[in-house]
Design a protein. Structure first.
Length: 94
């Protein structure tokens, strides 16, 4: 069984996240941040963008390991605070 990478990103990032995840051997699961609790708990890793973090902050999933954030260089500081609330262990800017 392959490990799953839950991609909670918009269309602009999804293809890049999927390509990188597949190259690392992950099965890519595209999720809806408003309705992803099951996938959130099962996935080996999760990549989120700022928009998804805003939704996750409202729904309050439990903090978990394996969360990575992808955000632009001008990302608002609230993005990084929301990332910490869901257990993000790393962040990347482009």
């Amino acid at each position: 069984m392959s490990e799953a990478l839950l991609a909670l990103t918009g269309p602009a990032l999804h293809d890049e996240v999927a390509r990188c995840g597949a190259a690392a051997g992950y099965q890519i699961v595209r999720g809806d941040p408003a309705r992803c609790r099951g996938e959130w708990l099962r996935a080996t890793a999760v990549v989120v963008d700022g928009a998804a973090l805003a939704v996750l902050e409202e729904s309050g999933p439990p903090a978990r390991p394996g969360v990575l954030v992808a955000a632009g260089p001008g990302a608002d500081p609230t993005v990084w605070r929301a990332a910490l609330s869901v257990g993000a262990q790393g962040g990347y800017t482009w």
